[in-house]
Design a protein around this ligand. Structure first.
Ligand code: HSE
Length: 310
């Protein structure tokens, strides 16, 4: 019997203009799984946290990840997973990706690392597909690799780790409004008008250039999204007014976190991030919408092994 204990961090998908192609990892917050492999052929998932997860393992994102890993390496095993820490589902900071990334990374460690980092991300994407009905990697890739990751292509998956300049913090608010990723994807039009596409790829280029050269103001003004935000912001009351207040407080940008309804403010220091966090909280309090706020550093650390027993 072999056992690993692994951590995978929370993440923010899209990073403004990078719909489905740019995501970042957050520090400290994340999921912890213990995974045991023994002789046999089966899977159990035990939840030791207070966070509700589906009782039917077919609905748990860990299941397709474990199965696709075993299929890829052509082995059978009895796998027992214990969820020791879990980000609240729907919090908008990559809850399903943290579980999927921890499962994929943990399985790879357990079996002696037969898969490359990109293949681990591909396994983690099976969990994202179950959760959202789409194979996007902009939470799963940073949750495995850490830092800010560009998904240059999906066929085949081509992942590029971008530098995290300065001292970046995100203030993230999770308002108690329910919007599933499936819904938030379904409302998007199937085609993007050329004018918006041109503005969007200009911004994606600007964001990547800003990150690579450490040009903080270029990063901030490149983070406007013309593809998903115009359709999704209707789920977030007072979105434009809130952004005005956040930018006035000195944040570099404010965008929807992944598919929402969470919103994040990107800041280049902790003081501004704390201030932004308070504005985010006050905004939803004034609307009598409950919320949680996190102020977290953008992290270069991805999934990691914290313990192994062989
Ligand atoms: N890129 C995905 C979306 C992220 O925006 O639908 C989901 O968290």
């Amino acid at each position: 019997m072999k056992k690993v204990r692994v951590f995978a961090p929370a993440s923010i998908a899209n990073m403004g203009c990078g719909f489905d192609v740019i995501g970042l990892a957050l520090d400290e917050v994340g999921d912890i799984l213990e995974i045991t492999a023994s002789e046999g052929d089966g899977l159990t998932i035990t939840n030791e946290t207070d966070v509700p997860i589906p009782e039917d393992i077919e609905k748990n994102v860990i299941t397709p990840v474990v199965r696709s890993f075993l299929k890829k390496i052509g082995q059978k095993a009895q796998i027992d997973v214990t969820i020791c820490e879990k980000i609240y589902p729907g919090s908008g900071i990559g809850s399903s990706a943290a579980s999927s990334a921890a499962a994929a990374f943990g399985m790879n460690e357990l079996f002696g690392c037969p898969l490359s980092e990109e293949e681990v991300v591909v396994c983690a994407m099976e969990g994202e597909n179950l959760a959202s009905g789409g194979y996007h990697a902009d939470n799963a890739a940073p949750a495995v690799m850490g830092g800010i990751v560009l998904i240059r292509g999906y066929e085949p998956l081509d992942l590029i780790q971008l530098p995290v300049p300065g001292n970046f913090y995100c203030a993230v608010v999770h308002p108690h409004i329910v919007v599933t990723t499936k819904e938030a994807r379904e409302i998007l039009p199937k085609a993007v008008p050329m004018h918006d596409a041109v503005r969007q790829w200009g911004n994606v280029g600007g964001l990547v250039a800003g990150l690579c050269t450490g040009n903080i103001s270029l990063i901030g003004h490149s983070m406007q999204d013309y593809v998903a935000e115009p359709y999704r912001k209707q789920f977030i009351p007072g979105f434009d007014e809130l952004r005005g207040k956040i930018l006035k407080a000195g944040a570099l940008a404010m965008n929807i976190s992944g598919s929402g309804p969470s919103v994040f403010a990107l800041c280049d220091n902790k003081q501004v991030a704390d201030k932004a966090g308070k504005i985010l909280k006050d905004h939803f309090d004034a609307l009598e919408i409950g919320s949680e706020v996190y102020v977290v550093k953008v992290s270069n650390k991805g999934a990691k092994l914290t313990h192994i027993t062989i």
